[in-house]
Design a protein around this ligand. Structure first.
Ligand code: GLC
Length: 477
């Protein structure tokens, strides 16, 4: 008899419906990778993994209305509307109603508004399996936005409900813990439980989720160790230490089907690890497109992603500005912190023949950059996993990374350049080293081909999540 394993993913964003950051990639790719686990891994288990998202105003989906149900808030029923769509055959539910509908974007700049919206979403999503008459085995929440579901599940369990259901909370970014929920919890008639959390954290959604989850997973093994230290633990390190037996790290993968230089329609000239020389044509095309001097031998350095202090954008700008004796070109793509955007514009003004600051979100240009640039800078101060370095390697663009979190777990000196501390000095040494290896075409090609041939697919991570679910369910039985 095949065993059904029913898992509900709860997330704030998922591609292609809506994506702001890396969470949107993972919440879309991982549930599908789980559904597609090969028989030799899943045995006779049938994985029915489904996804639920808030129906934000910005969500793009062709969804059909499926059900309506009430959620009690301050003694009144607030209606939740459930719509359904599919993604590669996976059922995807979109919830609207209450505070979800009134806010268009995924995240607002007002923490109180987001707290209302995601609390409503988390509690509604937890009711969904009952409404669908679907026996869920695992509730899998992601980040602070949906962590309240995990806490509410613990409360249910204490009240004798939700028996046999396990909870998993994946941490994509510990510092984002959500706003204080004291009043919101009361409005849903939920208690603030006795916990061993520090006072300041006792009613924040992410800490409550960490307190309650049967398993807490960080998106890389190194980040799981780092959050036990004062440097990365954000004040929760002692508390997390006491939850150590439920903590583990599972590295993210990338969607190697869509991120494939041999088939990516967003890049002008496709290539494989057999013929990486074709990349040169992409570089020329990019130089022409961005109006940079066309020159195949000048090393092109890139940075792609959110413009955030976390990502060390300031370090990169600072170091590049001072390397004047070696030729280089620098292409930066992303948006974010206005001060960092301004600093990038300044560098472009200072080096108009070398620097292009493309301050916007552009998925197609990002792919062209990965397929054209020679090096990708990721001097992140911390990095729970990081996806850009993996995509870059698959496209033959060698990463220069700070040895932290997922960067440490995915990049080695055989496939990139790793430096020890997030300081201008350490970054400078690594960058100068990369620039000096670059002219050695044979050596560069060897690094490049090794990077392109590395397996960054979801196959292994999905397997680890599957094994985790099984272990948890055995304990629940
Ligand atoms: C967050 C983290 C990033 C990670 C992503 C997906 O954006 O900052 O490191 O790759 O989540 O897990």
């Amino acid at each position: 008899m095949p065993k059904n394993l029913n898992v509900l993913f709860l997330a704030a964003e998922a591609e292609p419906f809506v994506k702001v950051g890396g969470l949107g990639d993972v919440a879309s790719a991982l549930p599908r990778a789980l559904r597609n686990l090969p028989a030799d891994v899943r045995g006779d288990s049938v994985l029915d993994v489904r996804l639920v998202l808030p129906h934000h105003g910005v969500v793009k989906a062709d969804a059909r209305p499926l059900a309506m149900f009430p959620l009690e808030r301050e003694g009144r029923d607030v209606m939740v509307q459930v719509s359904e769509t599919t993604l590669d055959g996976m059922p995807v539910y979109l919830l609207s109603g209450g505070p979800i509908t009134s806010v268009g974007s995924v995240y607002s700049s007002n923490p109180a508004i987001d707290a209302e919206k995601y609390s409503f979403f988390s509690l509604a999503a937890l009711e969904l399996p009952r409404v669908l008459n679907w026996n869920v085995d695992v509730i899998h929440a992601h980040d602070w936005h949906t962590a309240l579901a995990v806490y509410a599940m613990l409360l249910k369990r204490r009240a004798g409900e939700s028996k046999g259901v396990a909870s998993v909370l994946t941490l994509h970014n510990l510092p984002y813990m959500g706003a204080d929920l004291t009043e919101i919890l009361a409005s849903y008639n939920l208690p603030v439980a006795q916990t061993d959390l520090p006072d300041w954290a006792h009613a924040l959604p992410l800490p409550l989720g960490i307190f309650s989850a049967d398993a807490v997973v960080t998106v890389s093994p190194t980040y799981a160790e780092e959050i036990l230290t004062p440097e990365f633990g954000c004040g929760l390190e002692d508390f997390i230490h006491r939850r150590r037996e439920v903590l583990r790290g599972i590295i993210n993968g990338i969607d190697t089907r869509t991120f494939d230089p041999a088939a990516d329609p967003a890049i002008p000239f496709q290539f494989t690890s057999e013929n990486p020389a074709i990349r040169e044509k992409n570089k020329t095309a990019l130089q022409e497109k961005l109006n940079l001097p066309v020159d195949p031998v000048t090393p092109m350095i890139a940075m792609v992603g959110r413009m955030d202090v976390q990502k060390g954008v300031d370090l990169a700008l600072n170091v590049l500005e001072k390397i004047t004796d070696i030729p280089w070109q620098f292409v930066l793509l992303g948006t974010g912190d206005p001060a960092l955007e301004e600093a990038a514009r300044k560098l472009q003004m200072e080096y108009p023949g070398r620097v292009r600051a493309e301050l916007r979100f552009d998925g197609a240009l990002a792919r062209h950059i990965y397929a054209a640039a020679d090096m990708l800078l990721m001097p992140s101060r911390y990095e729970p996993c990081g996806l850009a370095q993996m995509i870059a390697m698959r496209y033959g663009c060698l990463p220069i990374v700070h040895a932290t979190g997922g960067l440490k777990d995915t990049v080695t000196d055989e496939i990139g350049f790793v430096f020890k501390s997030a300081t201008p000095r350490s970054l400078r040494t690594a960058l100068v080293k990369a620039l000096s290896v670059y002219p050695d075409r044979d050596r560069w090609r060897t690094l490049q081909q090794a990077a392109m041939r590395k397996d960054f697919s979801w196959a292994q991570p999905a397997r680890e999540y599957f094994e985790l679910y099984q272990t948890l369910l055995l304990k629940e039985k």
